[in-house]
Ligand binder design. Structure first.
Ligand SMILES: *[C@@H]1O[C@H](CO)[C@@H](O)[C@H](O)[C@H]1NC(C)=O
Ligand SMILES: *[C@@H]1O[C@H](CO)[C@@H](O)[C@H](O)[C@H]1NC(C)=O
Ligand SMILES: *[C@@H]1O[C@H](CO)[C@@H](O)[C@H](O)[C@H]1NC(C)=O
Length: 494
């Protein structure tokens, strides 16, 4: 089947990308190249790391977060100059963070140690927990948590510390950890604060629609392993979606004020999200330099063609945390299936992506030399590589030295949202933390990567007539969506 589709895919590639370089000459059926979109950095929102990171002050989620599982939560952390911290984690029943389930109050101490040797640009830290308390906001939440605890022997002892459902008091705080008492129910619950062991603080000027740019401060904390069983042991090498300083955050942010004012007894209930029809036309780009756990720095750029369910993407890889020193670029293209609403992650859409074509462009001497020395049959066939020159690696079934194998299938999870500035965001599934690829349905993601943003308002206009994703009769979500994926490899260049 992929082979049969290939010729059509090639045509799309030509129309979509190569001819597109002749911007302006584009006819109705062609995507116009948007040069501005090709490099989201640095003209978008240049950011600078604050080193050493200054954690002091209140930090909040800017919206509903999804962790692998899935778990839906918002966070509000406050760090004091004494290095003590107080963290609230508010968990919800629903994917929009409107129905609170339970909340955690976490107190402890954190100490910054040194620059990370693994994740450039990050700082390693140690932490100690002094107290972890839980408040249930409904009977059902209490039953869910005791049910989860009941699954293990250690957990059953902890479950006995919680009240039977009949005796539950709204608002009561139950201790899960007490350094003076026996037993640690925190681990039994599968909870850790290992996210505090990797930190980065970043500042950037956020452009405002009709005002001067505003200073935004972001706190990146360590990522959460996608496999729950690994969470207790995993030490992060990548980041979660950042928290923002409650003092310097992007505005408007309706969720921010609610989260900043909340406490463990009064969890924030977020306003309903702006429902977005799944229109994938236009170019979707990273809003900043992204970090992948294994550790890789990259920016992504994708486009989708709804009528043929084909997609194309560029993955620009870099060796530094500011994405200024390019190492190589991968262009990939293929098809995707029609989206189906996810039953596992409410609010998400499941799709299957197929990568059938890939091109590689080495961007530095090291990568060029590595490709020059590789078996020609493993990457692109006979012929020399040179810096900045793209080669098609489809005929060699990908490029093994870079971990790219074709054809390749990935089981995906997507969602679209609109941020408070009206910008469309496209969330693509988080890659498995172990570096594998979600190539079987069981490995389909249950959480998301940093969102891509629609590049420029014009892109939307451009794509309207020929490229819009026509809603298909018959699907509740009507839409084939987007994108992309994959990490393609990388392990090799670490
Ligand atoms: C957990 O186990 C205890 C004792 O085995 C039992 O009394 C309780 O009903 C169980 N709770 C849930 C929610 O399964
Ligand atoms: C790659 O091979 C070509 C041809 O042998 C050579 O001209 C070029 O300098 C090599 N590049 C690197 C970075 O090794
Ligand atoms: C895009 O569409 C909006 C509203 O539909 C319009 O105001 C704007 O002028 C359009 N931009 C371009 C470049 O056509």
């Amino acid at each position: 089947m992929p082979a049969a589709m290939l010729p059509y895919a090639c045509v799309l590639v030509l129309l979509g990308v190569h001819t597109a370089e002749a911007a302006g000459a584009a006819g109705d059926n062609r995507l116009r190249w948007e040069p501005r979109c090709q490099r989201p950095l640095p003209d978008r929102a240049p950011s600078t790391a604050v080193l050493p990171p200054r954690l002091n002050g209140p930090w909040i989620s800017t919206g509903c977060e999804v962790r692998p599982g899935p778990e839906f939560l918002t966070r509000s952390y406050t760090f004091h100059p004494s290095r003590l911290f107080r963290a609230y984690q508010f968990y919800y029943e629903d994917p929009f963070c409107q129905e609170p389930a339970h909340s955690l109050l976490v107190k402890g101490k954190v100490r910054l140690r040194r620059a990370s040797w693994v994740t450039r640009g990050a700082t390693e830290a140690d932490y100690h927990l002094h107290k972890v308390g839980i408040v249930f906001h409904s009977h059902r939440a209490l039953l869910d948590v005791t049910g989860r605890l009941n699954q293990t022997q250690a957990g059953q002892d902890c479950a006995r510390r919680l009240p039977p459902a009949r005796a539950w008091l709204p608002g009561a705080l139950y201790e899960l950890l007490d350094t003076r008492a026996e037993g640690d129910c925190v681990a039994a619950l599968g909870f850790t604060m290992h996210e505090l062991s990797l930190v980065r603080v970043q500042r950037r000027l956020q452009p405002q629609p009709r005002a001067v740019p505003q200073l935004v401060e972001e706190l990146f904390l360590g990522d959460i392993h996608t496999d729950r069983a690994e969470r207790q042991h995993y030490r992060p090498t990548g980041y979660q979606r950042p928290l923002q300083s409650a003092l310097h955050h992007a505005r408007p942010c309706p969720a921010c004020g609610l989260i900043a004012r909340a406490n463990v007894h009064h969890p924030p209930e977020l306003p309903p999200p702006l429902a977005l029809p799944l229109r994938l036309g236009g170019w979707w780009v990273s809003s900043g330099c992204e970090v992948r756990p294994a550790v890789l720095f990259l920016t992504r750029l994708f486009t989708f063609h709804g009528h043929s369910r084909s997609w194309e993407g560029y993955y620009h890889h870099f060796s530094d945390p500011n994405c200024r020193q390019p190492t190589f670029t991968v262009y990939a293209a293929g098809h995707y299936t029609r989206g189906m609403p996810s039953t596992r992650v409410r609010g998400g859409t499941e799709l299957v992506f197929e990568v059938t074509r890939a091109h590689v462009t080495p961007m530095d001497q090291v990568t060029t030399a590595m490709l020059n020395f590789s078996e020609p049959s493993s990457c692109g066939g006979p012929g020399a590589w040179s810096v900045g020159t793209e080669r098609d690696v489809t005929a060699t079934n990908g490029c093994l030295p870079l971990g790219i194998r074709l054809p390749h299938v990935e089981y995906e999870l997507f969602k679209m949202e609109q941020d408070s500035l009206g910008q469309s965001l496209l969330f693509i599934g988080q890659r498995p933390t172990d570096g594998s690829s979600p190539d079987i349905p069981e490995k389909r993601p249950t959480s998301y990567q940093a969102p891509l943003v629609l590049c420029g308002g014009e892109a939307q206009n451009l794509s309207r007539p020929p490229l819009q994703m026509a809603p298909r009769a018959g699907g509740p979500h009507a839409v084939p969506l987007p994108l992309l994926l994959l990490v393609l490899g990388l392990a090799f260049l670490e």
